[in-house]
Write a protein that binds this ligand. Structure first.
Ligand code: DOR
Ligand code: ZN
Length: 435
């Protein structure tokens, strides 16, 4: 089976930026030819093509990778299964995702990691690279067997959802994970200081009377983990950065050569604490939406490279769970089907170039977790085709995800993924773009 993707602008930072024809044979990229260098047609190239995708006016990137999602299987399948999560991912333009281990039971052993990978094999083709727990049961007491987890297919470890409170244990986690060739992903939150806070401590918490979570809840742990990263020399990745103090600490650490990387999520550069009054429990997440000053600092961190990755922290919860008061509602919003359009706004507004965006949504996550990303001959054909001009309205009711906890429902967007190709197979094809 030979597929030709014709005439799209291929952007693979550090490798290609130009209008090219891509030939895919049996799931592998067999040729990438500049479209204007020679009038290449399937006939003149001597290649027998079974399918042509006309990508004129589209952007073609290495498959997008979301290194921070929550699929709720096993344990909470009413919120999301691996299959529905993978479908949501493909629909959002992602060819690979990393599910966090806070399932029930927690993914802290080979059996669970293998279960996730095997279950994904029968889904829509999206590659699933599980993140296993740092500690058994994510209870912060005893480290998991990282070599065994790595052998089973885990790509990183994290107790996401909470911090590892014991600094001695966190030090050992960094050392052992790095010996097994994995990065530690840290959820930075000091629970004592967060106390029973539900939203950002600031203007809106004062006005509504809801208990606040100060910025220091995050930055205290970011600074501790940077210190441990410096002490051990082991790689550390900071999850969902939300505050200006965290951005500053990570920027300074990087300047000193500390091997730390960081991610943020689209909601932290799009919304502020003000969204809480409008969207209520659909704007409740951990860490919380912060102030405008913090949002601007996140944008600066993205622009200057302090923040390496845009990840969704896709956190599905059912309608009934979210349909309650702010104190009782679970943390989190879904993000797989809105992440790319929201991130494309950064390109539109000149904060990031298209290449920067591809770095943050594919190349950097790939290099942090140690997987493939790129458009090159003999490489796997994991490709996202983006229509940067396509205007559409977010309709959460039509999402592939099982959940609907999305504050962006009804938003007008410009640009989205129109085709997601994984291993040469079309995993998603937008109804507006049927070749
Ligand atoms: O908002 C969040 N939701 N933050 C987390 O750290 C966990 C996540 C979840 O699992 O729902
Ligand atoms: Zn998370």
């Amino acid at each position: 089976m030979m597929m030709l993707i014709k005439c799209g602008r291929v952007i693979d930072p550090g490798n290609i930026d130009g209008v090219c024809d891509i030939f895919i044979k049996d799931g592998i990229i067999s040729a990438v030819v500049a479209h204007d260098s020679e009038p290449e047609s399937p006939e003149s190239s001597g290649r027998a093509v079974d399918m042509i995708v006309d990508a004129a006016g589209k952007i073609i990137t290495p498959g997008l990778i979301d290194m921070h999602v929550h699929f709720r299987e096993p344990g909470y399948e009413h919120k999301e299964t691996i299959e529905t999560g993978c479908r949501a991912a493909a629909c959002g333009g992602f060819t690979a995702v990393c599910p966090m281990p806070n399932t029930n039971p927690v993914n802290d052993c080979r059996r669970l990691t293998e279960y996730m990978i095997q279950t994904a094999d029968t889904a829509c083709g999206v590659r699933v690279y599980p993140i296993a727990a740092i500690s058994i049961g994510q209870d912060g007491r005893q480290l998991c067997d990282y070599a065994d987890l790595k052998g089973a297919g885990a790509v990183a470890v994290s107790d996401d959802g909470k911090s590892v409170i014991d600094s001695g244990l966190m030090r050992k986690a960094l050392e052992r994970a790095s010996q097994s060739g994995m990065v530690v992903i840290s959820h930075c939150e000091d629970p004592g200081l967060a106390a029973d806070g539900v939203i950002n401590e600031g203007e809106v918490s004062r006005r509504t009377g809801l208990a606040g979570i100060p910025n220091a809840v995050e930055s205290i742990m970011v600074m501790r983990d940077i210190a441990l990263c410096e002490l051990t020399g082991a790689p550390l990745h900071i999850a969902h950065v939300s505050t200006r103090e965290s951005v500053r600490a990570i920027r300074e650490a990087k300047k000193r050569g500390v091997p730390v990387t960081a991610e943020t999520a689209p909601h932290y550069f799009t919304l502020t604490e003000k969204a809480v009054e409008r969207y209520w429990t659909h704007a409740k997440m951990s860490p919380p939406l912060r102030s405008e000053k913090d949002r601007l600092a996140i944008l600066e961190g993205l622009a200057d490279g302090t923040i390496d990755v845009i990840a969704t922290d896709h956190a599905p919860h059912s309608v009934t769970e979210k349909d309650t008061d702010m104190k009782k509602a679970p943390n989190g919003i879904i993000g797989l089907e809105t992440s790319l359009p929201l991130s494309l706004k950064l390109v539109e507004s000149g904060i990031l170039s298209f290449s920067d965006l591809v770095r943050k949504m594919s190349k950097n996550p790939a290099s942090i977790i140690g997987v493939n990303s790129g458009i090159y001959v003999d490489g796997p054909a994991d490709i996202t085709i983006i229509d940067p001009e396509l205007r559409h309205t977010v309709d959460a009711a039509s999402f592939q995800s099982k959940s609907r906890n999305c504050p962006f429902d009804g938003w007008e967007m410009k640009g989205k993924a129109v085709m997601t190709i994984i291993g040469g197979r079309i995993a998603y094809n937008d109804r507006h773009f049927v070749p």
